[in-house]
Design a protein around this ligand. Structure first.
Ligand code: CA
Length: 613
């Protein structure tokens, strides 16, 4: 009798509490899936003074293994075993010992999409198009500003928000696909509710939600779905290193060691070399790892296990939720490398054919190679298959501009590639002429059309996975010294009343149209070129300011010739026999013509892509 009364009383309290607002401000992840390979889940519960609550559940297949409390009483971390969890809603009962109240929380386990674990990541078969959502196209002018978001749109401010959004990208997917790109890499789209500089997306205030000025999570799902329908993959930009100063968990820190704190503001020294340097001082290594990337970007301390699990789960959540095909990891050398390796291992445990490229922004080949997955076990293993090839980026940018010398000009490119032995797999390097963080290629090359063609032809036929920055195909220039906003200009045609449009060609200069058509032609040829996707690579020492390399696959071969010579150069047929194999005829992909290799003149300042017949 007593027992029944107690239950009745408890039920009454529970009903009354449920009628009030829930004391939980955040429950993350907001939902999960049944049938994941990893059998654990950690829930972060946040709300005013909730840590004394004791969660219980009798949901079948969901076991509370541990409840962890931190120094801040506004948090509970619940470790679950979900090996046997079934799809559907489960209820957690939070018992308040002092008031005897019970607060219920419903939590959803979703059904996994079929084939979710088997998705194939981006590869050397792909060319990725990098674009900044705020700067590409404004598909919905009504969301440019949002009442809950601190920064309002201002297109006159190069570093302000310009109104681009997911709808704008969705509306132009056909254009991107027709250009010949097969993958999209978007700079971060999650909420950046910061008072300024919020347009670039790298200062996140909500890891689970799309910025309302960019769109909604549902818009993102639509973008991925439609991209897949058009044969394009989608790559998410993920940040392990920092969040925004205005993130709710920074404003109400779970624990002192959630972020790195200093007596006074301390920048990172931005020397990624300290991570691999056998002689690095602790002082330098420490500053590299614990200094902040910027004043409004607190440096997360991934040694905090609760935080690292939070970030890993957030990553898995987006992969499972949105159907993306790859991730570009921001600032790979800056988070603790052990955590980066754990993070990548967890991704590939769940999705073995997925792909990740780490932004390893280092100028030297060996320093870059350190951050690529290795099976050789000689040093640190990041578990990350692809890395950004900044050494090749520098070599091509400088090599095509500088005059020819013993190790300059085309030799800068040659020497960079000659060091490929340091990479575990250079064919997985992501290669590029420019991106959102560097001077635009056409700014450095002063919009020189011949150099543009050499650069584009090389990037699209070189070993590795090419990435093109939006606008490079339009010879867009941009000087980083004037501010980052100048290398992230609005894409012409993306805004109503734009006088020029890259989408329709309206108002574009003749040379811009030529540049765009040039890239489009090679991209669409590359789409079906297995030699470029999978072929071996061989090159010859540059002679007479002419550089030649060959790709070979299954008996087919392609040679690429780059000439910086201001005069005609007679093609040295006998010198290149080991890649020509006696063949005389070739198809000139760029000029759509036939070439007789035995009697061939390389024109001044030119590039050729020749399919050997
Ligand atoms: Ca908009």
């Amino acid at each position: 009798m007593k027992k029944i009364l107690f239950f009745a009383a408890a039920l009454l309290v529970m009903i009354s509490v449920k009628a009030q607002n829930t004391p939980f401000d955040h429950v993350e992840p907001p939902f999960w899936w049944a049938g994941m390979k990893h059998e654990k889940l950690q829930l972060l519960i946040h709300g005013d003074d909730i840590s004394h609550l004791e969660p219980k559940t009798d949901a079948p297949g969901v076991v509370i293994e541990q409840v962890r409390r931190v120094s801040n009483p506004n948090y509970l971390f619940i470790d679950l075993d979900i090996a046997e969890a079934k799809a559907g809603n489960v209820v957690f009962h939070f018992h308040d010992k002092s008031t005897r109240a019970i607060i219920d929380l419903e939590y959803e386990f979703r059904v996994r999409e079929e084939g979710s674990a088997e998705r194939e990541g981006f590869s050397s078969e792909d060319v990725m198009y990098l674009l900044m959502p705020d700067r590409f196209a404004n598909g919905d002018p009504s969301n440019d500003s949002h009442p809950d978001m601190r920064e309002k749109a201002d297109r006159n401010n190069p570093n302000g928000r310009h109104g681009g959004d997911l709808k704008g990208i969705i509306d132009n997917l056909d254009y991107i696909s027709d250009m010949g790109f097969t993958a999209l890499w978007l700079n971060p789209y999650q909420e950046n509710n910061n008072p300024e500089y919020s347009y670039h997306g790298y200062a996140i205030t909500d890891f689970y939600n799309t910025d309302p000025r960019i769109g909604t999570n549902e818009d993102y799902l639509e973008l991925v779905e439609l991209s897949h329908q058009k044969g394009m993959k989608v790559i998410m930009d993920y940040i392990l290193n920092h969040s925004s100063l205005y993130h709710w968990f920074i404003e109400d820190l779970p624990a002192e060691n959630w972020i790195h704190q200093h007596e006074e503001f301390t920048y990172s020294n931005f020397r990624g070399s300290a991570i691999s340097d056998p002689y690095a001082s602790e002082f330098d290594l420490n500053q590299m790892l614990t200094g902040w990337f910027d004043r409004h970007m607190p440096d997360l301390d991934q040694r905090n296990e609760l935080l690292s699990t939070y970030l890993i789960q957030n990553t898995i959540w987006w992969i499972e939720y949105s159907g993306i095909d790859g991730i570009r990891l921001d600032t790979q050398p800056y988070p603790y490398k052990e955590m980066v390796a754990d993070w990548a291992e967890r991704i590939f445990y769940e999705y073995p054919e997925f792909n990740v490229v780490g932004e390893a922004w280092l100028q030297k080949e060996a320093l870059t190679a350190y951050f690529q997955e290795t099976s050789r076990g000689k040093h640190y293993n990041s578990n990350i298959p692809s890395i950004t090839d900044f050494p090749l980026h520098g070599a091509i940018n400088n090599g095509l501009r500088d005059s020819e010398g013993w190790n300059t000009g085309l030799y800068a490119i040659y020497y960079t590639l000659a060091q490929d032995f340091v990479y575990p797999d250079p064919f997985k390097n992501v290669i590029f002429l420019d991106n959102h963080d560097v001077d635009r290629f056409s700014f450095l090359t002063k919009q020189d059309m011949e150099i543009y063609k050499m650069g584009v032809a090389m990037i699209l036929t070189m070993r590795g996975i090419p990435q093109v920055y939006y606008g490079t195909e339009l010879l867009m220039d941009g000087d980083k010294n004037r501010g980052h906003g100048f290398i992230r200009q609005d894409y012409p045609g993306g805004w109503e009343n734009d006088k020029t449009s890259a989408f329709t060609g309206e108002g574009l200069d003749k040379n811009v149209l030529e540049a765009q058509a040039f890239m489009k032609r090679i991209l669409n040829w590359r789409k079906n070129s297995e030699v470029i996707h999978h072929g071996s690579f061989k090159h010859f020492l540059p002679v007479d300011q002419v550089y030649l390399y060959a790709r070979e696959y299954n008996g087919e071969s392609v040679i690429v010739i780059v000439s910086k010579n201001n005069s005609n150069v007679k093609f040295d047929y006998s010198r290149y026999q080991e890649v020509l194999g006696g063949a005389v005829n070739a198809e000139d992909i760029i000029n759509d013509s036939r070439v007789n290799l035995n009697d061939f003149t390389i024109l001044p300042r030119s590039v050729y892509i020749l399919e050997i017949k």
